[in-house]
Design a binder for this molecule. Structure first.
Ligand SMILES: Cc1cc2nc3c(=O)[nH]c(=O)nc-3n(C[C@H](O)[C@H](O)[C@H](O)COP(=O)(O)OP(=O)(O)OC[C@H]3O[C@@H](n4cnc5c(N)ncnc54)[C@H](O)[C@@H]3O)c2cc1C
Length: 391
């Protein structure tokens, strides 16, 4: 029997995927339906992440899935990983963010820039979900412009001393290890691993979020925080190392938001067929059909853009400008679909009995984090004109 992806497949995307890629999508979809969907409303209201699923997520292979299997990962290709992220975000952007940070922003830099000892110590623990990591780049005064960071590192004998504050850090309050970026006396950006329990390392939670509520966000306060010299990521040289991690994470986001869009589209179709006004299902009205047709059209275009991005990644020819264009396109596509789906649901759409409004709220964060929509637009603008308009 030929396997098919679960969800809209108007142009037979399944025909361009391997059986393994489709199987990963199907398996992740089922897990999200069975294990995550029953929990999300409660956690979203409460503003918490379902940590009861953390170990199971590790067992399912959701963390660092494209890294070598010898570290306990799933060892799948970039496209299968992308479809996995799509299905996690079909559940909630907070769920995909958890996997993205763990895999792309913590495990990937340790694998790419870490020492053998760091890889052997941390990657299996992070792959299994036994330990949680976070990534501290953004600061209160340096968001889109991380190169201006104030956080400093100084060497004092056998130790590094870190001082500074990181802001808006996913999972910092619960992380066992933080990948932290700081400038040395020569003004060079370097990467470090700071472990929970280190003196001078605090991670207060940021409360009051109206978006990405099922995700824990916090600060990292480094106050004369002393770490051993071996906690430096030896091969992480300059801001480009930090930015290369973001390229990995944005790749996953580009697939993830497709999942959010699909969840909203499917909800809108189901609702439109059953909601009766003027003695007809609202799906019978031309304006509703136009909204649904545009949603399917945008999802279909984004599926092909993202699949090709994945093929380029697996061929190791993907570049950060392509990732920027896909983030620009896909996040805008997803947020517009989520908003449009919410209108089809009418008043019911503003409650958490339906998913669309939650996705609208979440996608506001996704539009901003990992490089704002404006910054990605300017990256593409720079590619076209040769002029960097952002500085
Ligand atoms: C829920 C959440 C989780 C996050 N998780 C992490 C994490 O785990 N680790 C981490 O390091 N960071 C994280 N971030 C931070 C995120 O990456 C930043 O918020 C983002 O880079 C934008 O920075 P900023 O919020 O300071 O906005 P600013 O940089 O102050 O931008 C504000 C506005 O000005 C615009 N702007 C800025 N500069 C220019 C320019 N040159 N040209 C045109 N427009 C411009 C922006 O596009 C935006 O619209 C997270 C953020 C959120 C909301």
């Amino acid at each position: 029997m030929t396997l098919k992806i679960v969800g809209p497949d108007f142009f037979d995307l399944s025909a361009l995927l391997s059986e393994e890629e489709i199987a990963v999508q199907n398996m992740t979809h089922q897990w999200v339906q069975d294990r995550f969907r029953p929990l999300i409303s409660k956690h979203y209201r409460h503003g918490s992440f379902p940590f009861e699923l953390q170990a199971e997520m590790g067992e399912m292979g959701f963390f660092g899935s494209t890294l070598p299997e010898k570290y306990g990962t799933a060892g799948i290709n970039g496209v299968a990983y992308g479809l996995m992220m799509q299905e996690l975000e079909r559940g909630d952007s907070g769920l995909r963010s958890f996997a993205s940070v763990q895999g792309s922003l913590v495990m990937w830099p340790i694998w790419k820039y870490g020492s053998k000892a760091q890889r052997e110590k941390w990657l299996p623990l992070l792959a299994s979900g036994e330990k949680i990591g976070c990534f501290g780049l953004t600061e209160p005064d340096y968001g889109s412009n991380p190169g201006g960071m104030i956080t400093r590192v100084k060497q004092a004998g056998e130790q590094f001393i870190l001082n500074g504050t990181k802001m808006w850090i996913t999972n910092s309050p619960v992380a066992d290890v933080a990948v932290v970026w700081a400038k040395n006396d020569a003004g060079e950006v370097k990467g470090f691993l700071v472990e929970r329990g280190t003196k001078g390392f605090e991670t207060p939670e940021i409360k009051g979020k109206l978006s990405l509520r099922a995700s824990v966000t916090g600060e990292i306060i480094l106050n004369n925080c002393m770490i051993p010299l071996e906690n430096q990521l030896p091969a992480a040289d300059g801001l480009k190392a930090a930015l290369s991690c973001l390229t990995q994470a944005r790749y996953g986001i580009n697939w993830g938001v497709l999942g959010a869009a699909i969840a909203c589209y499917e909800e809108a179709v189901t609702y439109a067929k059953s909601r009766i006004q003027f003695d007809k299902p609202i799906a019978a009205f031309q304006l509703t059909q136009q909204k649904l047709a545009e949603m399917l059209n945008e999802i279909t275009k984004a599926q092909f853009l993202t699949l090709q991005l994945g093929r380029l990644k697996d061929r190791e020819t993907m570049n950060h400008r392509q990732v920027s264009m896909a983030k620009m396109n896909n996040v805008r596509m997803a947020i517009e679909i989520a908003r449009s789906a919410r209108t089809i649901l009418g008043a019911s759409g503003i409650t958490d009995e339906y998913v669309s409004m939650r996705h609208v709220a979440n996608l506001e964060s996704v539009l901003t984090y990992e490089g704002t929509h404006e910054m990605h637009t300017l990256v593409v603008g720079e590619h076209i004109t040769g002029i960097a308009a952002y500085r």
